[in-house]
Design a protein around this ligand. Structure first.
Ligand SMILES: [Zn+2]
Length: 369
């Protein structure tokens, strides 16, 4: 049994406790929390400088793209990013596997305990089978043409089942409003079953996405026409969020929302990836549009980020919002655990096994349990 205490304890299901004490089992299960140290003998306590909070949840990642670190030019815009992604397979399986292993280690060192991970391939399965972290896998559907619909859905189901067959949460999810026509969006909604609890979609990551739907113009439109995309993508929708109706009544995680308006995004879960937004579009969302109890944070992939550090992401959110530290930590941990359905993570509630992070300053995190 361990009794951990620091200047402040942030249990996240209740407010911060000055000099609070966290009692955990040797396996890391929360046994109790105490409001102060008064009733404890000094030698029983492990005393830390800084704050203790539950392990972080990286709500949006593409672990399989870890080999693309530094591969894509910064600030080139989302369209250049998407086009550069076509070179993602110009690497050996070994290079890809080594990068995945290294990237996961970095997440663990940085206090991340669970991940919402986008998958277009089975490249990460080997690593995930080691069960170092908990993963919710979103099998991504990307297909701008109408004719390939059945093939795309069948491939996605096969990939989903590979993950499910080894016990992973795995849900087929659309890439975005501009890359999935209405009929494919409906098929994605149709294959959502009783094992699925959340659907993920990239939302309003670029201003060009809004121009496509709202004005039927711009570089996204030119690109879609050049690849013979289904015109239904932009003709049948007046805004990106129209796809939320096409997807029906499901719990949804809207990722990015860099160019969203408050009245558009509704009462869904949202995930911000500030460092990735700065890397690709050199822009950030207006943080005042979000319900702070529904906002999660993600690193996105190493193709658009230089580290897998939730603390680095929090720094940027802090500088660009009015959120206090307790809210920032809820964004980093509790909200993501709730959105992704990791009931044993996200707070120091009795019986959970959430991991324990020590933050001594807002630039460094240490894993305590
Ligand atoms: Zn993404």
């Amino acid at each position: 049994m361990r009794f951990l205490t620091a200047d402040y304890l942030y249990p996240l299901h209740i407010g911060p406790l000055e000099e609070g004490v966290l009692q955990i089992s040797d396996e890391g299960e929360v046994v109790a929390i105490f409001k102060n140290r008064d009733s404890f003998l000094q030698e029983k306590l492990e005393v830390f400088k800084g704050i203790l909070c539950p392990g972080f949840v990286n709500a949006h990642c593409h672990l399989e793209l870890s080999h693309l670190k530094g591969f894509i030019r910064q600030s080139a815009g989302l369209l250049s990013f998407i086009l550069a992604m076509q070179k993602r397979n110009d690497f050996s399986q070994k290079e890809i596997a080594i990068a995945i292993d290294y990237a996961e280690k970095q997440m663990i060192e940085n206090g991340i305990v669970a991940v919402g991970d986008i998958c277009n391939t089975s490249h990460t399965i080997c690593q995930k089978k080691k069960r170092n972290l908990q993963y919710y896998n979103f099998i991504e559907v990307f297909g701008v043409k109408d004719e390939a619909v059945s093939q795309i859905i069948n491939d996605a189901k096969n990939l989903r089942d590979k993950f499910r067959n080894i016990g992973f949460k795995s849900t087929i999810s659309p890439h975005s409003a501009y890359s999935v026509p209405k009929n494919l969006m409906h098929r994605v909604a149709d294959v959502f079953d009783e094992e699925d609890t959340l659907i993920s979609i990239h939302m309003q990551e670029a201003l060009l996405e809004n121009s496509l739907f709202e004005n039927k113009e711009g570089l996204f439109l030119n690109w879609l026409k050049s690849v013979n995309a289904s015109s239904e993508i932009w003709q049948k929708r007046d805004t990106s969020v129209d796809v939320l109706i096409e997807l029906g009544h499901k719990r949804k995680l809207l990722v990015h929302n860099t160019f969203s308006k408050k009245d558009q995004i509704g009462s869904n879960y949202y995930c911000t990836c500030p460092k990735s937004n700065l890397y690709i579009e050199n822009a950030l969302p207006d943080y005042s549009i979000f319900d702070p109890n529904k906002l999660c944070v993600g690193t996105d992939s190493l193709a658009s980020n230089n580290s897998f550090s939730i603390l680095d992401e929090l720094q940027i959110i802090k500088e660009n919002s009015d959120f206090d530290l307790n809210t920032l930590l809820k964004i980093a941990s509790r909200n993501g655990a709730e959105a992704l359905g990791f009931d044993n993570l996200g707070s120091f509630e009795e019986g959970k096994k959430p991991g324990v992070n020590l933050i001594s300053q807002l630039s460094s995190v240490e894993v305590i349990a």
